[in-house]
Design a protein around this ligand. Structure first.
Ligand SMILES: *Cc1c(COP(=O)(O)O)cnc(C)c1O
Length: 387
């Protein structure tokens, strides 16, 4: 029926030079963690103003190591958001600590920092903010709270590589405070190594510990010296993944320029459309801080309900028109694992609402303005149909 090819909500952008470089690594005789991983770490460290960086097998492992580097474990509470990829909360449980979910702000869809203050107890050890779709929280306010209560910050910046706070790159600490910052290079992120992640740290001691935690706690000396002084995991990044990351990192700014141009087109078209009238809510039109990892709208769920529709029927109707979408994310506290631990989504009503209403529209550098037009027109058709 539909002549146009299916438009997914995201798609990686891997060029031929990257594919050739993977072949070179495979032929080199050194395919696991080695020179390419070190090269990627150096390039990232340079990007972040010389701060120490270590790479890991994925963003989840990166966050787990970050928590361990910060010394967080049983008896400790970590404040975080219930609107994230579930791994944010899972890693807190993995290290034996307790996730404390604080409600989000309706417009930023990130942690409400005023509510964070109210959730701090003597057991609180860290705040773990998530920069949903690449929009950071108010970094000044975040660190003001952290410093005042002497808390660690583990920034889940999985989606925020290339994002800024007031002109300063997230992960660097040139003009603003920055503690531990975790990024992901999973296939859908703005830059990918297929799977992978990196942690930006404060000093060499932390980097050393992170490196041991990455590989069974092992330190090697000389030709045959080996020591294990801490329980580490198997979280190292292979050189095959690293070389993809090196090539992607070189294209990151170019990717971001394309994302921003597409986002501007989205805003123009939405403003001319009837979608706002139908009750669709746009993200904050931030062109300074966000790297635009995703373009996410909120659907008018209550209005849709009166017409026996919901997010799923909207997604299906869009899919029928060849448009892929996503739901990032359902509220974590509604998952059985978390319900069984006693969490209740009613304690975070804004997150509950956003978890049901949020819809990710297609956005990736290979898209064209025509694709954006297709998405907005299809969404208009769906709402006209549902009206
Ligand atoms: C992708 C992502 C992660 C996890 O990264 P992986 O590399 O998939 O393990 C964590 N938090 C957020 C917000 C993410 O988007």
């Amino acid at each position: 029926m539909n002549q146009l090819p299916f438009l997914p909500f995201t798609k990686p952008n891997i060029d031929e030079a990257t594919i050739a470089a993977v072949g070179d690594v495979l032929r080199s005789g050194w395919i696991t963690t080695g020179p390419k991983c070190q090269q990627l770490e150096s390039a990232l460290s340079e990007l972040f103003g010389g701060r120490p960086v270590r790479c890991f097998a994925n963003g989840t492992a990166t966050m787990e190591v970050a928590l361990r580097v910060a010394g967080i474990g049983p008896g400790d509470e970590v404040i975080t958001t219930p609107i994230s990829w579930v791994s944010t909360a899972n890693v807190i449980l993995t290290v034996g600590a307790k996730p404390v979910f604080v409600d989000i702000d309706l417009s930023t869809r990130n942690l409400n920092l005023e509510l964070v203050k109210a959730a701090i107890t003597p057991a609180t050890k860290a705040i773990m903010p998530v920069y949903l779709s690449g929009l950071p929280v108010d970094i000044d306010q975040l660190y003001e709270i952290a410093d005042h209560y002497q808390l660690r910050v583990i920034e889940d910046a999985a989606q925020a590589l290339g994002s800024h706070w007031q002109g300063n790159l997230i992960g660097s600490s040139h003009q603003h405070r920055s503690d531990l910052v975790s990024f992901s290079f999973q296939a859908n992120k703005n830059m990918t190594s297929i799977e992978g992640g990196c942690l930006v740290m404060n000093h060499a001691d932390e980097a050393n510990l992170a490196q041991r935690l990455r590989l069974q706690g092992v330190t090697r000396t000389g030709l045959d010296g080996m020591e294990v002084d801490v329980l580490g995991g198997k979280h190292n990044m292979t050189d095959v993944n690293a070389v993809i990351g090196i090539h992607q990192l070189a294209q990151l700014s170019e990717f971001m320029v394309k994302r921003k141009a597409l986002v501007k087109h989205y805003f123009q078209l939405f403003e001319q459309s009837k979608l706002i009238e139908y009750g669709v809510i746009l993200p904050i039109a931030d062109m300074h801080h966000s790297n635009w990892h995703m373009f996410q709208v909120l659907l008018p769920i209550e209005q849709l309900k009166t017409r026996h529709q919901n997010r799923s029927t909207v997604m299906q109707a869009l899919k029928d028109q060849g448009i892929g979408t996503g739901a990032h994310y359902p509220i974590i506290t509604d998952f059985k694992l978390y319900k069984n631990l006693g969490y209740q989504s009613t304690n975070t009503p804004v997150a509950q609402q956003v978890g049901q209403a949020i819809l990710t529209l297609p956005l990736f550098p290979l898209m064209t303005n025509q694709d954006v037009e297709r998405v907005v027109h299809s969404l208009e058709n769906v709402f006209a149909q549902f009206h």
